[in-house]
Design a protein around this ligand. Structure first.
Ligand SMILES: Nc1ncnc2c1ncn2[C@@H]1O[C@H](COP(=O)(O)OP(=O)(O)O)[C@@H](O)[C@H]1O
Ligand SMILES: [Mg+2]
Length: 315
């Protein structure tokens, strides 16, 4: 029976869809049979998988009850398109509207180990359906102040879903996503999250890299698009497997991570080593390695600029 995980945040652009696609691939490499569900009418996840927008049936038909979830699976994905917005409106007028996705997924859950649901950027009926269908929720938050406030709202909604509709729902973790950890603001956001959510915050931070939008454009997961940059998601996959208590798969995931972490000659990639160009005043008293450990060393030249106003410069 699949473990169902809802990926959510209170707004768009926090990396949910990229997280869903990348984690699905990471869990797949670890040997799990994964289904992903696109619960966002924008259909970004479906597009990321290269599923044509006119594919039929989709989640919209599943939720309105005209097609089964089994029929709506296309290459391991239940896709969505704008029709899902209409389906949400139809659903809103029905009895048991919050339970629709859970009931729809029940028949196919035994066929999978994990079902990942990519939520829309609002905390509306589709997200509530995802939270009711899910065993666990993962919260994606960007490294900025307003995102943290939003994370609080999302945690509240998870609490409400648990109290009223799905007592078994657990918050699996809070992920700091699309982060440029060379900025003080991002590091403070991480500290703030840790103070608020403690061990729920994943140790892995998904660093900002242009490779992600490029991978979306190419319709490939980061593991296929840029092996070296997939290290963050490889580490996150490990953490998720550990939190799920799946020892065998965790061992497999560790092998993947170490293969990404080392060059063919067995030496560690440079992104784990201190950068040389850090000025002595850099970091205001922090050891230079504390911030340099976050930096990508770009093979194709530095593509990430420190945020204006952030102390120090890496160049
Ligand atoms: N780690 C990352 N670094 C840089 N850009 C990212 C990263 N993760 C996602 N993105 C990009 O940010 C944008 C929003 O990400 P997306 O996954 O679509 O977020 P959401 O589903 O929350 O709206 C997309 O263009 C995506 O390619
Ligand atoms: Mg999205």
């Amino acid at each position: 029976m699949a473990e169902t995980i809802a990926i959510l945040s209170q707004k768009g652009g926090t990396g949910k869809t990229t997280l869903t696609r990348s984690l699905a691939h990471g869990l797949g490499i670890a040997g799990l049979n994964v289904l992903t569900v696109d619960a966002d009418p924008q259909g970004n996840l479906s597009e990321y998988y290269g599923i044509p927008a006119d594919t039929f049936p989709t989640l919209g038909e599943v939720l309105t009850g005209t097609e089964s979830a089994l029929e709506a699976i296309h290459s391991g994905v239940i896709p969505a398109n704008l029709g899902l917005a209409e389906a949400e409106l139809i659903l809103a007028g029905r009895m048991g509207r919050e339970l629709t996705l859970r009931n729809a997924l029940r028949d196919i859950a035994p066929n999978y180990d994990v079902i990942l649901i990519d939520c829309p950027p609002t905390l509306g009926l589709l997200t509530v359906n995802a939270l009711v269908a899910a065993d666990r929720a993962v919260l994606s938050t960007e490294a900025e102040h307003f995102s943290r406030q939003g994370a609080e709202q999302a945690v509240e909604v998870i609490g409400l879903a648990r109290e009223n509709l799905n007592p078994d729902l657990e918050l699996m973790g809070v992920l700091l996503n699309i982060a440029d950890m060379r900025t003080r603001h991002a590091r403070e956001t991480l500290e703030g999250l840790k103070q608020q959510y403690g061990e729920l915050v994943f140790e892995t931070v998904i660093r900002r890299s242009i490779a992600y939008p490029e991978s979306a454009q190419a319709g490939k997961s980061i593991f296929d698009f840029d092996r070296r940059r997939s290290i963050d998601y490889a580490r996150l996959t490990e953490e998720v497997l550990a939190r799920m208590g799946l020892e065998e798969e965790l061992a497999k995931a560790r092998t993947t991570t170490s293969s990404l972490d080392s060059r063919p000659d067995g030496r560690a990639h440079r992104d784990r080593t201190p950068r040389k160009r850090i000025s002595p005043t850099e970091g205001k008293g922090r050891p230079a390695t504390a911030r340099s450990e976050w930096a990508w060393v770009e093979a194709d030249g530095p593509s990430i600029s420190p945020t204006p106003g952030d102390s120090g410069s890496l160049r």
